[in-house]
Design a protein around this ligand. Sequence first.
Ligand code: ZN
Length: 192
Amino acid sequence: MPIRLTPLMRQRLTRRALGMITRSLRYFPELKDTAITVGYTRKHLGSATVIFRKGAILRMIIRLKVGKVTYQTIGHELTHLIQGLAHGDRSKPAAMDFERIPSGETQCDIWTLARHRLFCDDAPTYVRMPRLIRENWQNYAASVRELCIAAIEKRHSHRQYIRWLETEIGKLAKAPRKAKPMSAQLTLPFVI
Ligand SMILES: [Zn+2]
């Protein structure tokens, strides 16, 4: 999938950020046939735009702040592109809607975290969570990701799946922290 850079981004892009974008795109096979334009923004959060002309994709653009960009932000913006693609795609019957990523910022966060643990390097912006979890994100990231995956499964039967997810995340903060199991090491036979 070719990446095009805007002139401003060409000046700003670091090797680190380009590497992160390229690596992130591997987890978005839906985008592999389309050129993506990567632009620069000063804003804390990035942005994503899909431009259609006569029902066909003309351009897909994400804008990122290069400095402290996270996989979370890159993944979030790429997920917006997928949301945009689904929105403009009239070729699929409405019955396929359940396979699509629904529009919305919270939905974008949930599907991004669920996609791959790569995108769990920072807390999402829009999913509501207790401050304890946000501030100790590294300790909770894997559990929150599992809950996101479960919420996506629940969506088929549960209209309030986002509320369910946020309630469950809230419970994580109340549960006593389990010590990280070291079973892999402890159960190894002792060999000299
Ligand atoms: Zn967004």
